[in-house]
Design a protein around this ligand. Structure first.
Ligand SMILES: C[S@@+](CC[C@H](N)C(=O)[O-])C[C@H]1O[C@@H](n2cnc3c(N)ncnc32)[C@H](O)[C@@H]1O
Length: 494
């Protein structure tokens, strides 16, 4: 019997995760690597292999039992020999910093999570972990401070458990309404939201996206978030923002030639086709919906968390990495999730934010000098080293780095303490996190974030199980500015 590899090219870390998940799912079975996969010796329930992430199936003589992953990935092939990452509802909306669904799934296996268990992703972003939990019949619960992340994650979960026939019939009604509204012009309200959007969209396009929104709201009822998310995913392409730039700059490239409504209809149909395949490949009774909530993880237990969790899987924010709110501002404002005037304020609240504003800035510096937050010596000392390294040529942004890092460490330490309170004793937490660097006084300093996070977690009672480098792992959107050089998997135990 042989567990067979998928036909894409593997990174070394994927082979390592594959070995670990197969050992966890098939305990006591001997495995030997051979051409095309792992040869197995021993007895096991063949059905259990269906849950593996990094194998296409089990070959037994002439018969082949595919994994669910094999069937799922077949619904969204992104080219020959390339791993599909947009299968199921993962592709419904892009999100910077999103991680590969296969990583989340293999961790669910490595942590021996079973159907019916509860898993939390405390920085859930667009819900990658939650969707993978749903595929495996696991109750996923995610928290994120970005309202757009929460909205996207819940829309993906809702889509997963809504019959495609129902989605198609809603879409037909939305299209009818759009057709009859074709030559109508909406009267744009004279409010801050409309004025803000008018700065970023040509007026005819703004009219079209507003009409699309009102048609969706009129026809889709409680399913509206699914359709709005599909439309929101196109906004940046049709705006005056450069769609490829993380920072907000005016575009130089032309707007797509396909009219917005045509692109929306086409994206919706593509999403429904994928979903249809998923719903016919996976027994829908096995799907569990899960949910995401708009909570601040640094004070998680100030919320009413209904259960204690069997495992946690997350990719936390980096220090000074991505302005999650600013990057997604058009969608946040269009979906009415945030008043444009509150963008800087919310961005500054996110863990790892690059914004230090007013009093907070001075407080962070003050805290660092006296280590008022009581961080472990290693982290407090590292911030002091960076402070001493500042040179006269370092501008405002660089001068803020030691304070930003101190605040990041404090927020992450507080988050670890909060997450631990909602875990079952001994439950694992898997973190995907990378190192980054900063240049101060002309000297490059490596920020070994995985080691610092492990130290911060230990300081609030987590045990470190291991830290494993994931060579060449690249996360969507992160490598554009070379800020993140490599990522690690850090496993902790409550
Ligand atoms: C690396 S992203 C997670 C991406 C996610 N794994 C995915 O696949 O979409 C980190 C997330 O942490 C969130 N975040 C930052 N500060 C937070 C806080 N205080 N509480 C909750 N979430 C926060 C950000 O909004 C961002 O979505």
């Amino acid at each position: 019997m042989k567990l067979t590899w998928h036909n894409y090219r593997y990174y070394p870390y994927e082979r390592e995760l594959a070995r670990r998940e197969s050992a966890a799912v098939l305990p006591g079975v001997q495995m030997r690597e051979s051409v095309g996969g792992l040869d197995l010796a021993g007895s096991f329930d063949t059905d259990s292999i269906r849950r593996l992430a990094y194998f296409s199936g089990l070959k037994k003589g002439q018969s082949f039992l595919p994994t669910k992953q094999h069937l799922l990935e077949a619904t969204a092939r992104s080219g020959k020999n390339r791993q599909a990452t947009r299968y199921s509802t993962h592709g419904l909306h892009e999100y910077k910093g999103k991680f590969n669904p296969q990583v989340a799934k293999s961790l669910l296996n490595i942590f021996k999570v079973s159907p019916g268990d509860n898993v939390v992703d405390p920085f859930c972003g667009s819900g990658t972990t939650l969707v993978e939990c749903a595929h495996m019949g696991v109750q996923g619960f995610g928290t994120d401070l970005n309202p757009l992340a929460v909205y996207i994650a819940n829309a993906k979960l809702l889509a997963l458990t809504t019959p495609v026939a129902q989605l198609r019939s809603v879409m037909a009604r939305v299209e009818d309404r759009l057709r009859s509204a074709k030559n109508r012009r909406t009267c744009l309200s004279d409010n801050h939201r409309s004025r803000y959007l008018a700065r970023w969209f040509d007026l005819p396009i703004l009219h079209t996206i507003e009409i699309t929104r009102s048609c969706i709201e009129a026809e889709a009822g409680s399913l509206a978030p699914i359709f709005l998310v599909i439309a929101s995913n196109l906004l940046r392409d049709y705006s005056q923002q450069d769609p490829r730039d993380l920072r907000i700059r005016r575009r130089k490239s032309p707007i797509p030639e396909t009219p917005f409504v045509g692109a929306f209809v086409c994206s919706a149909e593509q999403a429904f086709t994928r979903l249809d395949d998923v719903q016919s490949e996976i027994d829908t009774c096995e799907l569990v919906s899960g949910m995401a909530a708009h909570y601040d993880t640094t004070v998680l237990t100030s919320q009413d968390i209904p259960v204690s969790f069997d495992a946690a899987i997350t990719s936390p924010p980096y220090a000074m990495a991505l302005p999650y709110i600013d990057t997604h501002r058009l969608s946040l404002v269009w979906l009415d999730l945030l008043d444009a005037r509150r963008i800087p304020e919310l961005d500054a609240k996110l863990v790892g934010s690059r914004e230090i504003r007013g009093e907070a800035r001075h407080k962070a510096i003050y805290d660092r000098e006296f280590n008022a937050a009581g961080l472990p010596d290693q982290e407090a000392e590292f911030c002091s080293i960076l402070q001493r390294a500042l040179g006269s040529s370092d501008g405002f942004r660089r001068k803020s780095v030691p304070s930003l890092l101190y605040r990041y460490f404090t927020d992450m330490r507080n988050s670890f303490a909060e997450i631990r309170k909602v875990m079952k004793p001994g439950a694992p937490l898997g973190l995907i996190i990378g190192s980054n660097h900063t240049v101060l006084g002309g000297v490059r300093y490596e920020i070994n974030t995985p080691a610092h996070l492990a130290s911060l977690a230990k300081s609030v009672g987590w045990g470190l199980v291991e830290s494993m480098p994931l060579q060449t792992y690249q996360r969507y959107g992160y490598h554009m500015n070379n800020a993140i050089s490599s990522e690690s998997l850090v496993i902790l135990k409550a």
